[in-house]
Design a protein around this ligand. Structure first.
Ligand code: NI
Length: 194
């Protein structure tokens, strides 16, 4: 995917951008099993991706799934190519559009670490995730993506793809003593939006 994708202009260069409303936990649209994308490289898909990046960037999100803006499709975006003020210590994750994803855990190893979600504002919880995964899918042009990743990158992908099967991170928490308000858990963190 690297070569061809790299020379394409970012969708945001060609499409008008709208900040979309992010649904909050409790909205039944967050609980649906999302439908696969069947047509790639269409104006509608590029506009959706463009809106999603603009919406995610407007609230310093680490990722965003289409169901979070009420769109019932298997499409997630993540990565910022720069330090995220909501996760200042996290390693950089490349800016990615991932459609119709499949995640394969590469071992049973799990790590538990803090997560937040734009659909669960103001809270953070410790969530177990597979440490090493392979993920595959397609970008908005229909070009295949396949990556083997670990750590924070693997966590972000698992969190975002969970949105496509109606799972929000609180549903994955095993120890509820490790779930609380961001302002209490992480005083001083620049997280005004969540
Ligand atoms: Ni989320």
């Amino acid at each position: 995917m690297a070569g061809r994708t790299a020379v394409r202009p970012a969708p945001a260069d060609n499409y008008p951008m709208t900040i979309r409303e992010i649904l909050k936990m409790g909205d039944p649209r967050l609980l649906r099993i999302a439908q696969p994308v069947t047509e790639f490289d269409t104006d509608a898909l590029h506009l959706l991706v463009s809106d999603m990046f603009y919406t995610m960037q407007s609230v310093d999100g680490a990722g965003l799934a289409a169901p979070q803006i009420g769109v019932d499709l298997q499409l997630v975006i993540f990565g910022t190519d720069q330090v995220n003020p909501r996760y200042p210590d996290a390693p950089l994750v490349p800016r990615t559009v991932l459609i119709n994803p499949v995640i394969t855990p590469l071992s049973a190893d799990e790590e538990t670490d803090w997560e937040g979600c734009l659909s669960v504002p103001g809270l953070r919880g410790k969530v177990p995730r597979f440490t090493h995964i392979r993920y595959s899918g397609f970008d908005q042009y229909g070009d295949p993506i396949e990556r083997t990743v670990d750590g924070f990158h693997a966590r972000v992908v698992q969190h975002e793809c969970d949105h496509l099967i109606g799972k929000l991170y609180p549903m994955r928490i095993r120890d509820f003593s490790q779930f609380g308000y961001t302002e209490v858990l992480f005083p001083g963190l620049d997280a005004a939006d969540d």
